[in-house]
Design a protein around this ligand. Structure first.
Ligand code: BGC
Length: 770
């Protein structure tokens, strides 16, 4: 029997006609024809009737390949029907070896294979915060589609992505993985990503199932300290934090990863209100839930379970189907069932979800669904030919945000001498960002390389490192504690600065690349101080003293506090971590081959003390008015109030004008719509794109509503002198919110409408909801 062609014994229970039809099964059970759902459910019922308890519990085991659990051990476990899914393995060769074991198991139920494909698999795209900065749904969909194709081509079936946690605290390192602070923008991106990953059918040879994470509210960890407590009002939860998860499910996401944090005192992993009442009963989710890494054992530390055994019972009963990496179900469920502490229904429900997901992945039609024949395995997994460089460059260009540009410092002229300074300018690893482990750092383009490639011999690029990213020994050791992430030059800080200053003195302009190493904006990478680390600030001081024009290129995974840098720099470009083609993309922007059009998806505060600082705040009873500052208002007295750069902000090499808002009517009936239109004009000399943003405020309602909430946006491309009418259609649904009874409803009254090119520079009008 040729292993890659075998159909499992269970599959043979059913007619060939069924398998022909099942190839059409989509992940979104809402869109699967009823007949196919029936066939699938019947198939699974029959399969489950043949399964022993051990085999059932095996299906709930999601195992990580690693030193503690090597491939050989997993292969033996697969033969013994003890594995439901495997993650942290990324080559066809390894996955095939594991999948080949299925034929030796009793029921031949194939495991699925998952990985954290967050912003690319082999080709690395900008980190998610960068993707969000593009406000370009096509660019984001392109990145996710290519990610899916490359992931499927590696034999994988599922990605633990998208990460759609709303993030309003830049101290949290994981803001880099999400789409920022805004509910509407994040929800749109969540939807697009899932559609692009799954292509409506995760069983397609070039699709993967999306497992949205981290449900719920992980981004609201107190103080931005990773894994920390979340305590939140229900209205905020439903209005601001829950919609992105729901959007991912509406797009058909087949899986949900349960968050590590507690929510109002109850860990998500044992939170049946979240996992059953909301997810299953209200939202009608029929897919798979998986715990996060070791989260079931974590229930003991949370202080809600006395021991691991009790934790396993709690997680299962609360609605966690699969146990990631801590084998709590494997160890305890059989005993718990015997003692009546979990029921057969609890186990069966979870097993059914796992098997349903596998059906939806096409694994019962062919366990080698994504693997294909061994003869198709790439000779070199990391072959250059497997990359999608052109698309990566395009998406990375769209993700850059121009924060400052005095005296047209940018774009740089393609002549003369440019001093490129900074450790980050020549770091292939950092360009990739976190969660990029299947990408190969050596294949990424640094800014040094990118500038050289773009400029050819038209200008001279002189490079000096200038400083280490960080010098602090304790931080250095922390960042390198699990893997070598930061490399420090053994020279003294002064030696490096001297070299950089000498280099700068020979140049017409300085481009200083500063920020964070990729490992500083990651899981377990919370910072209490989000400024540019000291050695790089010392370097900037010395560079500034040369009197040469100073361009700052920022590489970082979170908003940073940059008030001083903003004062000394002539221009600043936020590039995040731009991925495989980052160096080319940034060089394209610096030299004006691409006009930047990104907008910030997260507010940049002036100081850590202002956090949380975000756009859609409530007004308070004593709002601060910058035009008429007063003492007894909601403010800080020791610094300028408000952000350094607001949500939605970003400049261009051209200028745009926005007309006053024209409303098609002054009232909105519950069944009709009202249109808000502006004329947007490119008043500058070069072609460019900008994002026209619509915000709304429900002026008086039964609960305080935000001063402005993003409700829609449109990215427009305009030639010099060109103008375009941008029209937003508003209907009653746009006016709804979750009220104190958690009912999603609108309330009649006045709504303010704002349109502009960032969240602070806005035109205003209004209408009355009848
Ligand atoms: C992270 C998840 C990730 C999982 C598997 C956990 O530590 O919180 O986001 O999907 O590991 O790698």
């Amino acid at each position: 029997m040729k292993s890659h062609h075998f159909i499992s014994a269970v599959a043979l229970l059913f007619s060939s006609q069924l398998f022909a039809q099942s190839g059409l099964v989509a992940a979104d059970t809402h869109t699967i024809p009823q007949l196919q759902v029936k066939e699938r459910d019947a198939f699974i019922t029959q399969l489950m009737s043949k399964m022993t308890l051990t085999e059932k519990i095996g299906q709930l085991n999601l195992v990580s390949v690693g030193p503690d659990n090597p491939k050989e051990k997993i292969m033996a476990d697969i033969r013994a029907d003890k594995v439901g899914g495997v993650f942290n393995t990324v080559t066809k060769h390894d996955i095939r070896q594991m999948q080949d074991q299925v034929q030796y198991s009793r029921l031949k139920i194939p495991p699925f294979y998952a990985y954290d494909v967050v912003h690319g698999q082999r080709t690395i795209f900008p980190i998610s915060l960068g993707l969000a900065s593009s406000w370009d749904m096509n660019a984001v969909a392109t990145s996710a589609r290519i990610s899916a194709e490359e992931t499927a081509a590696d034999g994988l079936n599922m990605t633990f992505s998208p990460m759609v946690d709303i993030t309003r605290d830049p101290r949290w390192g994981r803001v880099s993985e999400g789409f920022g602070e805004d509910t509407y923008l994040t929800s749109r991106l969540a939807f697009e990503m899932v559609k692009a990953y799954q292509g409506n059918d995760p069983s397609r040879p070039d699709s993967v199932m999306a497992n949205v994470k981290h449900y719920a509210l992980y981004g609201a960890a107190e103080g931005g300290r990773d894994y920390n407590t979340v305590d939140m009002s229900l209205t905020r939860m439903f209005n601001d934090y829950m919609p992105p998860y729901k959007a991912a499910l509406d797009a058909g996401a087949g899986g949900v990863m349960v968050a590590l944090n507690s929510v109002n005192g109850i860990p998500a992993t044992s939170n049946s209100w979240l996992l059953k009442d909301i997810l299953r009963d209200q939202w009608k989710f029929h897919g798979l839930t998986v715990s996060d890494h070791g989260a079931i054992g974590g229930l003991v530390k949370h202080g809600v379970a006395e021991n691991d055994r009790q934790a396993a019972a709690m997680a299962l009963k609360s609605g966690v189907d699969m146990d990631m990496a801590d084998n709590m179900y494997g160890q305890y469920l059989a005993g718990l069932l015997k003692d009546g502490l979990v029921s057969q229904q609890d186990i069966d429900r979870a097993v059914r979800d796992v098997l349903t997901a596998k059906w939806d992945m096409g694994l019962f039609i062919d366990p080698y669904r994504h693997l294909g024949a061994a003869s198709t395995d790439p000779v070199d997994t990391n072959a250059e030919s497997r990359l999608h460089r052109a698309e990566a460059r395009e998406v990375a260009r769209a993700s850059q945000v121009l924060l400052k540009n005095d005296n047209h410092t940018l774009p740089l002229q393609k002549k003369g001498t440019i001093a490129l300074i900074g450790a980050l300018a020549n770091s292939q690893r950092d360009m990739m960002g976190s969660w990029s482990a299947a990408g190969v750092a050596k294949q990424s383009v640094t800014l040094l390389q990118g500038m050289k490639d773009v400029i050819g011999n038209k200008a001279t690029i002189l490079y000096a490192r200038g400083s280490n990213i960080i010098d602090d020994k304790a931080i250095y050791d922390y960042l390198n504690s699990y893997e070598k992430q930061v490399f420090n030059d053994p020279r003294t800080p002064q030696q490096m600065i001297d070299e950089a200053v000498k280099t700068a003195q020979k140049a017409d302009v300085i481009v200083a690349v500063v920020g964070e190493s990729q490992g500083m904006a990651h899981e377990a990478s919370s910072r209490a101080d989000i400024s540019i680390p000291q050695p790089q600030q010392d370097l900037l001081k010395a560079l500034k003293a040369t009197g040469k024009p100073l361009v700052l290129v920022l590489m970082n995974g979170r908003p940073l506090t940059l008030p001083w840098e903003n004062q000394i720099a002539d221009a600043m470009l936020e590039t995040w971590f731009s991925g495989t083609e980052g160096g080319h993309a940034i060089a394209d922007v610096l030299f004006g081959d691409y006009n930047p059009s990104g907008k910030l998806p997260m507010t940049f505060p002036r100081a850590v003390g202002q956090i949380p600082l975000y756009n859609s705040v409530l007004n308070t009873g004593r709002p601060f008015n910058p035009q008429k500052p007063d003492k007894y208002t909601s403010r800080y007295f020791d610094m300028t109030n408000g952000p350094l750069f607001p949500f939605g902000y970003g400049l261009s090499y051209t200028q745009f004008s926005v007309s006053d808002i024209h409303m098609s009517a002054t009232t909105l009936a519950k069944t009709g719509d009202v249109k808000a239109s502006v004329m947007v004009k490119n008043t500058g000399k070069v072609a460019g794109a900008t994002v026209v943003q619509l915000y709304m405020q429900d002026v008086t309602a039964s609960i305080s509503r935000p001063v402005k909430e993003l409700k829609n946006f449109e990215k427009v491309y305009l030639a010099p002198g060109e103008e375009k009418l941008v029209t937003f259609t508003i209907n009653e649904r746009d006016c709804r919110f979750f009220n104190n009874q958690l009912k999603w409803a609108s309330e009649a009254g006045k709504f303010n409408v704002f349109v502009g090119l960032d969240s602070q520079d806005l035109k205003e009008n209004s209408f009355l909801l009848l």
